[in-house]
Design a protein around this ligand. Structure first.
Ligand code: FES
Ligand code: FES
Length: 175
């Protein structure tokens, strides 16, 4: 028995292995190819196939934002995105923000503004803000708050996160 879901056929019988989907995806500017079953999330693909563990599995149901990455410059929850959906697209993760040993302006600002405690939410916060940076060259505080509204911080570092983003991204920021 098969069922259509999100444009992909899912094999419903336990005896029938699902068809594998081969995808080609540009991950942090490197072309990668891999095969996944139709239900594999982008989060699992990044962590288990591509060994990129910056995006964190926390709720895995789209409520915390710890798994946030960019797909074609747009912030998405990778736990709710299928790997197969990313065929032919660009995916950026927190591992791609720095240029070698040189941190991005956003990353530097997080460090300078003390915008993290445990750091578990930080990759997702950074990627939501990176998505904002790519779409809005001079975001104001309201736009920054909107960009990270889907990213929970259990340590309560919100004010410092917003301050760090404003220092790095808003009009007049040096970076
Ligand atoms: S792990 Fe994806 S939103 Fe929480
Ligand atoms: S710094 Fe700990 S969850 Fe945000």
């Amino acid at each position: 028995m098969e069922r259509e879901r999100g444009g992909y056929r899912l094999a419903m019988s336990a005896d029938t292995p699902p068809d594998l989907h081969e995808i080609t995806v540009e991950v942090n500017s490197t072309t990668r190819r891999a095969s996944f079953d139709p239900g594999t999330t982008l989060l699992d693909a990044l962590r288990e196939e591509f060994s990129l563990t910056g995006a964190k599995p926390v709720c895995e149901v789209g409520t915390c934002g710890a798994c946030t990455v960019l797909v074609d410059d747009r912030a998405v929850y990778s736990c709710l995105t299928l790997a197969a959906e990313c065929d032919g697209r660009r995916v950026d993760t927190v591992e791609g923000l720095a240029d070698g040993q040189e941190l991005s302006a956003l990353q530097r600002s997080f460090a300078e503004c003390d915008a993290l405690q445990c750091g578990y939410c930080t990759p997702g916060q950074l990627m939501s803000l990176e998505g904002l940076r790519r779409s809005d060259r001079e975001p104001d505080r309201e736009a920054i708050e909107h960009a990270v509204q889907g990213n929970l911080c259990r340590c309560g570092a919100y004010r410092h996160i917003l301050d760090a983003a404003e220092a790095a991204l808003s009009a007049g920021a040096s970076a």
